[in-house]
Design a protein around this ligand. Structure first.
Ligand code: ADP
Length: 335
């Protein structure tokens, strides 16, 4: 029974007797150590052919000698690192020792992604803070500035604060979107959501031409309305930001079996084929200066993708430099 439990564990387990003969090795350990259970069982411990094996071997012998439990981390750097925790414990009455090998690679990756995210977020936050500080210091050091100059500077401070606020809001959505409660999902008319996005966009960019095409007046989807509104607004605003002069955007809504397909087409600057696979990555911007000028930090599309994935939907993009870009979203009418 105990052996069956140990056999089914996701952790590797190796036990030796007081003479360092292997008395037990489960399947996970034999896979991790690339050694067949039959070949090692009841034989003197010999695991020296791999790095993980050598560390396991060394730890078991040390614990047999010292009779003290030990825990050691081990990182094996190949193409992508594999991270283990090795925990060795002496058995009572000097009967031998047992080693547990835990694969911690997934936890390590999550931690690394978190570190990357924090590094990128701090970098992006630092720029507007530096700008605000610089302008505020100018006001402090030069009390005799003309009224126009002062207004120009305070205007820049206010605009940079707005950018900072937008950035912080995006970061909060990004870190929270996976944890939003499911009861926010409801059947709602996508066309009404699109029309609200249109109104807001035209307030900001009145010269934009935006056409919404749909075969019927209703396109009911099962969605979190606020999130989908945020995703659609982001895509529409990108259509404006990455167009030269007044933007021309067309939206097509189509009911296709159980799905709703939304196409957002612009006639903007387009995206290079080499950038296209990366645009949904957090903090990825094709032209940093252009994004910054329009208040972007490369977070918009990663938020859109997260939102669509939370809806178990899909998002695709096609683009031609100089001709324009098409984002296609597929959502469910019902979940
Ligand atoms: P940003 O805040 O920089 O706009 P996004 O995540 O929204 O960040 O977009 C990432 C990059 O993808 C942008 O920097 C831009 O170069 C490119 N991009 C996004 N949408 C479009 C579009 N409709 N047309 C051309 N380029 C786009």
């Amino acid at each position: 029974m105990t052996d069956e439990i140990l056999e089914s564990l996701g952790e590797g387990v190796v036990a030796v007797d007081r003479e360092a003969k292997v008395t037990f090795i489960n399947k996970t350990a034999s896979q991790m150590l690339s050694i067949s259970q039959d070949l090692i069982l009841h034989k003197k411990l010999d695991l020296l052919s791999s790095k993980l094996g050598r560390k396991s071997h060394e730890l078991l012998l040390k614990v047999l000698d010292d009779l003290e439990p030990m825990k050691e981390p081990l990182t094996i750097r190949d193409d992508s690192p594999v991270v283990y925790d090795l925990i060795a414990t002496p058995l009572s009455e000097k009967a031998g020792a047992i080693l547990v090998i835990q694969d911690k690679t997934d936890a390590y990756r999550v931690l690394e992604m978190g570190k990357d995210f924090i590094a990128n977020a701090s970098h992006e936050l630092r720029t507007p803070i530096t700008i605000i500080r610089g302008f505020a210091e100018t006001l402090q050091d030069m009390p005799d500035l003309s009224r126009e100059k002062r207004e120009e500077i305070t205007d820049k401070i206010v605009r940079t604060c707005a950018r900072l606020e937008k950035l912080v809001r995006s970061l909060i959505v990004l870190s929270d979107v996976e944890h939003l409660p499911a009861d926010r999902m409801q059947s709602a008319n996508l066309l009404a959501v699109l029309n609200r996005c249109k109104e807001q966009l035209l307030l900001l960019y009145p010269e934009t031409e935006l056409e919404i095409n749909s075969p019927s007046e209703k396109a009911i989807a099962f969605i979190d309305v606020d999130l989908i509104e945020m995703a659609l607004s982001n895509l529409l605003e990108n259509g404006v930001k990455y167009s030269r002069g007044a933007a021309h955007i067309e939206v097509f809504v189509e009911l296709l079996g159980p799905n709703i397909v939304i196409k957002i087409e612009d006639r903007g600057i387009g995206i290079n084929a080499s950038d296209l696979p990366h645009i949904f990555e957090r903090f990825y911007t094709v032209d940093k200066a252009r994004s910054r000028k329009s208040g972007g930090a490369g977070l918009g599309l990663s938020i859109v993708k997260n939102i669509i994935e939370k809806h178990k939907g899909k998002i695709f993009v096609t683009s031609k430099v100089g001709e324009g870009t098409v984002f296609t979203l597929i959502l469910s009418q019902k979940i």
